[in-house]
Design a protein around this ligand. Structure first.
Ligand code: 5GP
Length: 213
């Protein structure tokens, strides 16, 4: 089916902090132009090298709470002392254009999205091992030991709920992980229940062909 007339899939991608979600998303977007990545809003301070409007929209607590009140976020969650949320407008606009929209968000937000959009697909990116996760967090060099510990403890909590996701993808080799992710999305597009129009058309054509018999 051509991308022009297919409906966009809302993809929720989660994974432990340090699992390499950011890198996987970056490569996926470079490789395929069928995706649009939603930029979240957060109250956390920018890390070195992060830019407002590129990694996140960095806002203060008051602004964030105002956006919640005005229902300008699809979902939001508190994660390690900060708020994170998905701005509504961009997601709706891109889905309307037939793009597969990616929300790179944590578990609580993912579950809110699934409830609100039952057709969304939840993917969990896993590190090959816990030791590798710890190693990646340390070598990223952007967090203090205390924050790393906090994020590892959070990973233990998040690991309880992975079965709530539709798919898991292991991020060992980056390109393999990206390829698997893309294949999953492509097969989601082929689900019969998402292709009612095509099915109906073929049914009608069959009836037309046999008319008069
Ligand atoms: P970080 O501070 O490392 O950028 O992100 C911390 C966590 O917040 C990650 O698990 C990330 O996926 C999640 N996150 C980022 N944006 C959002 C959002 O809009 N909503 C929710 N619920 N989680 C988010």
């Amino acid at each position: 089916m051509s991308e022009n007339n297919r409906k966009g899939v809302l993809l929720v991608v989660s994974g432990f902090s340090g699992a390499g979600k950011g890198t996987v998303m970056k490569r996926l977007l470079e490789k395929y132009d069928s995706y649009a990545l939603s930029i979240s809003m957060t109250t956390r301070a920018p890390r070195q090298g992060e830019e407002n409007g590129r990694e996140y929209f960095f806002v203060d607590m008051e602004t964030f709470e105002q956006k919640i009140k005005e229902k300008k976020v699809i979902e939001y969650a508190r994660y390690c002392d900060n708020y994170y949320g998905t701005p509504r407008e961009y997601v709706e606009e891109q889905l309307g254009k037939g793009k597969d929209v990616i929300l790179e968000i944590e578990l609580q937000g993912a579950l809110q999205v699934k409830e609100l959009f039952p057709d969304s697909v939840l993917l969990f990116i896993m590190p090959p091992s816990a030791a590798e996760l710890y190693h990646r967090l340390v070598s990223r060099g952007t967090e203090t030991e205390e924050v790393i510990r906090k994020r590892m403890r959070r990973a233990v909590e998040e690991a309880q709920d992975i079965e709530k996701y539709d798919y898991i993808v292991i991020n060992d080799d980056l390109d393999t992980c990206v390829m698997h992710l893309h294949e999953i999305v492509e097969s989601v597009h082929e689900e019969a229940r998402r292709n009612r129009e095509t099915i109906d058309r073929i049914r009608k054509e069959l009836q037309e062909l046999l008319k008069g018999e």
